[in-house]
Design a protein around this ligand. Structure first.
Ligand code: HEC
Length: 348
């Protein structure tokens, strides 16, 4: 039987099929940039239409003419698309590279820095790093130097306020790791982002996706809820010990707390909020199990009353930390290592 299929129709079907595939790739992002995909879809239709006309109209003499015309048109269509898509593709690759840098920085931050600076960089016993105006003023070189070499205690240079992180200074991070962390901290400064034409993304938002450990995830959620703003009085119950001269608050194991630990007023299981009279000495002790350290970090209160000095890190069984509250006011506190451990002292 004779083959009656019209080659022109076959060509135009293939062309339209290709156009649909390219358009779908553009819509779904399967081909990037999407402009290139739409461009290819248009080229497919135009080229197949031209080939169709060529088959319908051509005879031996005109074939050569049409073929030449077709080549010129196809080339003319492809050149602007290539010229247009090249810088676009390059910018795209750069943006992807930057995104990867931020994600690497976020994973390192969650692992190495969050215990002191908070998962959101909001600051715990180390300062806030997420869009902190003082940190934003540091140059990239200053930031790199501080993270690499740590910060010495001015009153005792043999002790460090923050450890050195670069491996050649005894730290656990490489030069590249520190570059990622600097990029992460920089990305939290909106002015830096716009000056350097960077993607409008704060890398600290990537810390959460880098966490795999359920305890860390629960901590992250607790810190996110607490934020870094002034604390409001807790809804949970207070115990009134205003008739006592001294009270003790212990860190204990607490299965109900996301961190696995909680503060507790001695003699009042499950209660971490207390009312005391001015002049009362409050002592915090570490009675949790294992070798877990805790510390006491004063938080700002919504009432705006003053903070008290933070404790040193308390190893289990170590003598506690004491502070005498003389001024009436609200004094929320957390453990800087386990920020989900919250407590509240009201002096009246
Ligand atoms: C053991 C707690 C601790 C850890 C962990 C820690 N830091 Fe710090 N960091 C501090 C303290 C405390 C300070 C403030 C020292 C001071 O008072 O000058 C500080 C200061 C900084 C500063 C300077 C901020 C400023 O205002 O000048 C930067 C930047 C910084 N840390 C980055 C990091 C990075 C990045 C990591 C993770 C690799 C990290 N830190 C891990 C405790 C820590």
């Amino acid at each position: 039987m004779e083959n009656t299929r019209n080659p022109g129709l076959v060509v135009i079907s293939i062309g339209i099929g290709l156009a649909v595939i390219f358009a779908l790739m553009g819509v779904t992002g399967g081909l990037n940039p999407s402009n290139l995909a739409y461009g290819l879809a248009v080229v497919s239709v135009v080229v197949s239409a031209l080939i169709y006309i060529f088959y319908m109209r051509a005879n031996a003499v005109t074939k050569t003419g049409y073929a030449a015309l077709l080549l010129v048109i196809v080339t003319g269509l492809i050149i602007p698309f290539l010229a247009f898509s090249q810088p676009q593709a390059q910018a795209n690759a750069q943006a992807q590279q930057y995104d990867l840098t931020l994600k690497r920085g976020a994973a390192l931050f969650g692992q190495y820095c969050s215990t002191c600076h908070g998962f959101l960089g909001q600051g715990l016993n180390g300062p806030q790093l997420n869009d902190n105006s003082a940190v934003n003023k540091l140059s990239d070189q200053d930031l790199t130097r501080i993270i690499s070499g740590g910060i010495a205690n001015p009153s005792d240079p043999s002790k460090l306020l923050m450890p050195a992180w670069l491996n050649t200074y005894g730290g656990s991070l490489t030069q590249d790791d520190i570059t990622y962390l600097v990029a992460l901290i920089r990305s939290s400064d909106p002015q830096y982002r716009s000056l350097n034409h960077l993607e409008n993304v704060n890398g600290f938002d990537y810390v959460f996706q880098s966490l795999t450990n359920p305890t860390q995830i629960a901590e992250y959620e607790a810190q996110k809820k607490a934020g870094n703003g002034p604390q409001k009085p807790p809804a949970t119950s207070f115990v009134d010990l205003s008739s006592q001269k001294t009270i003790t608050i212990e860190a204990v194991d607490d299965a109900n707390n996301p961190s696995g630990f909680g503060w507790q007023i001695v003699g009042h299981p499950g209660v971490s909020n207390v009312i005391i009279a001015p002049g009362t000495v409050v002592t915090w002790v570490n009675h949790s199990s294992g070798s877990t350290p805790h510390d006491v970090v004063s938080q700002p209160s919504a009432a705006g009353t003053g903070k008290f000095p933070d404790s040193a890190i308390m190893a289990p069984g170590a003598p506690g930390y004491s502070y005498t509250f003389t001024k009436a006011g609200d004094y929320p506190f957390i453990c800087g290592i386990h920020p989900a451990m919250t407590g509240w002292i009201t002096v009246k």
